[in-house]
Ligand binder design. Sequence first.
Ligand code: ATP
Length: 431
Amino acid sequence: MEKVVSLCKRRGFIFQSSEIYGGVNGCWDFGPLGVELKRNLKNDWWYVNVLQRDDMVGLDASIIMHPQVWVASGHVEQFHDMLVDCKSCKHRFRQDHLDGSRCPDCGGELTEPKAFNSMLRTRLGVSDDTATDTYLRPETCQSIFVDFKDIYATSRMKIPFGIAQIGKSFRNEVNPRNFIFRSREFEQMEIEFFCKEPEEAKWFEHWLECIWTWYTDVGLNPKKIRWFEHPKEALAHYSKRTTDLEYEFPFGWGELQGLANRGTFDLTQHAQHSGKDLSFFDPDSKERFVPSVIEPSAGVDRTCLAILCDAYEEDVIDEEPRVVMRFHPRIAPIKAGVFPLVKKDGLADIARDLERKLRRKFATFYDQGGAIGRRYRRMDEIGTPFCITVDYETKENSTVTIRERDTTKQERLPMDEVGAYLEKRCTSERN
Ligand code: ATP
């Protein structure tokens, strides 16, 4: 884990927020390479789950919602962690994260557990007497329920269909830890899939399969992921069934994504609290009913972390150790490095020109500094799957070499076929 964290910092994937002021616990900044990786993941997820399906539409709702939303959803009442304090060192812990009954830091005696609401409170309005208290959303899904009627009326979708959203969520985690795994500000990719009650089990199975396929398609090792079925007695107040997809991080198995059968809980709650009818009228069967909801809920940051941990490898090439990030080309931050073998003799101009053309479609990186082997290694370390080199032969027959990161094998290709090659390997090719 330390190696991944240090590579992330060294190469500009992820930094601690406000580091020059000592940092903020549980808040992280995605640097130049991190933002590309994260965007590629989000775009891929959106492409597969929204654009490629005719039973899904998208939403981008506000982070701040009416405070009553959180009363109706149960968050004001139920979104509590039980906390204990150490009487000696004063450190605070979540009770469910402790193994024993003493303080894990100093062995001191612990207080009785106290409930602590994990929502981040904020104030809306400029003057003290009229401002209202509300919260930064702790999950993205509530806006989907609240907007359900507007969305189905305007998009002319019929049950079964889903609404997807990617966006920020906030939780006042007591012990943010394990790098970006448990943060206070993070992003979720959530789907609320609306169906008829008798079809809940069928759609639950459907989403189990879709989730597994997507994670393995973006390159996660199937041996490092597994399902965890929540026991009935431990289910959240809204859930009839919850199954988590877990990844084996260096610190142990951790949840990447949850899949929950929320039944009719949320729409019924919001209908009661708002006084608005949130039922669905099926024009074909002339039935009116409150749909059930199957919810795949994934964390963007946890997915990034799993991808980073999974991709990290150390090997030896030509008797030299190298660090290589084996990102799937679909999500690699940079798809191709473009280099002139040497700067002189017009090779740099040809390489620059090629790189400018490729950059219209692909994230590329031009590098003419240092020995060619060094330049390859720098690209390996940030997971660039292909390196294209312009050499003296290019001047004779307009061909270049393409080196693959994983095999380090090189092949020659006409320069005007490089675009199609990258297209095939980085965008259209599925596992
Ligand atoms: P945990 O039990 O680990 O606290 P959770 O069960 O509360 O997670 P959900 O409410 O199911 O999480 O949220 C859905 C997804 O959002 C999780 O699978 C995870 O990927 C992500 N997520 C939740 N909390 C955090 C957090 N504090 N930091 C980063 N991602 C998070």
